[in-house]
Ligand binder design. Sequence first.
Ligand SMILES: Cc1cc2nc3c(=O)[nH]c(=O)nc-3n(C[C@H](O)[C@H](O)[C@H](O)COP(=O)(O)OP(=O)(O)OC[C@H]3O[C@@H](n4cnc5c(N)ncnc54)[C@H](O)[C@@H]3O)c2cc1C
Length: 362
Amino acid sequence: MRVTIVGGGIIGCAVGHELASRGADVRIFDMRGTGRGATQASAGILAPYIEGHIDALLQLGINSLALYDRFLARVSADAQQPVEYERSGSLHIANNDAAAMELAIAARKFAHAGVAHELMPGHDAMRLEPGLSSRMISALLLPMHGYVRAAELTSALAAAAVRCGAHMMTANVEEICGRGPGVVAVKTTAGLIESDAVILAAGCWSGRVAPMTPPVRPVRGQLLHLHFNQRPVSRVVWGSECYLVPWRNGALLVGATVEEAGFDETATAAGVTRLLEASAALLTDIPQARFEAVRVGLRPGTPDELPLIGPSSTMRGVYYATGHYRNGVLLAPLTARLVADLVIDGKRDPELDLVRPDRFGL
Ligand SMILES: Cc1cc2nc3c(=O)[nH]c(=O)nc-3n(C[C@H](O)[C@H](O)[C@H](O)COP(=O)(O)OP(=O)(O)OC[C@H]3O[C@@H](n4cnc5c(N)ncnc54)[C@H](O)[C@@H]3O)c2cc1C
């Protein structure tokens, strides 16, 4: 089966690897080269219970996190590249009474649902993470959470897809068109490509590929990349104004702004200032960090914050895998499995009901 994928971000590469490893003849088109969209700015946090304010998203996040160990092992083996991935846990910080109350309510819900967690006073959290500010009132530890280096994972996914026979193409896909029974084509700046299925995984640019009209909009995120000589914390830290992700080499990601700025991918002084101030309130050593970079990405946002995964109801052979908003890294393994089950085996997994594109008439 010939499959064309529009977009080589983490979603396009994860879907491409899964399809190629199941024997499909895969072409992945990206107008910039793989992993240069929202994915390069991602913090790579794997934390369904943080982002789980929507029931369906929580369910999808939990299911996808459960796939992560095997997903990472397969990708690293197929790519023959290591990928930094840790289930280090996440520590949610309350610096005022209202936030402490929210953590206590969350802890009660987790206890009721049987989710492993530990609510602790600020001085106990300081023992776990001595670098954190002593202003902490309480903290909530969720040990199953973690992070992955998203750019490293995407590069490994692309390499793994190629080793399974996929082709990576640098070109802009302008249009998707029907070409008779069972054949769909994409019009690209490198020519017309016919295939049996086309997957639209173009992130926030998905609505720019004619004639598709998914309600996906860009939501800008700025993220700081700082560096310490030693890891300043050992887990993902989540505060009310920013989060921190420590890599093994001493790098610390500080994220992230959430801005409606259209397709503008520039970093701003206001964004950097906000993140520096917020992170200094969490971690006392922030002013001593080396400043490496600001990364900016456009998250593919949807009106209900849920992705669009599944077949187009208006064009046969076309499938959506887009709109992953703040959770594309977390949801990559599940998305890849759902799309491959559908395209290769015609199997509709029950999770697809939560993300049906036809809820927007697509
Ligand atoms: C600051 C920030 C922090 C984040 N943190 C997290 C996190 O901690 N955890 C998490 O799970 N998620 C996080 N996210 C969200 C996550 O990064 C996104 O959901 C994910 O990267 C989306 O992946 P994608 O492949 O759909 O889109 P993208 O990575 O944007 O990839 C889309 C690709 O399609 C290509 N493309 C577009 N149109 C065309 C076309 N017409 N022809 C050819 N190519 C095309 C683009 O060049 C691009 O490479 C974060 C995002 C940001 C910005």
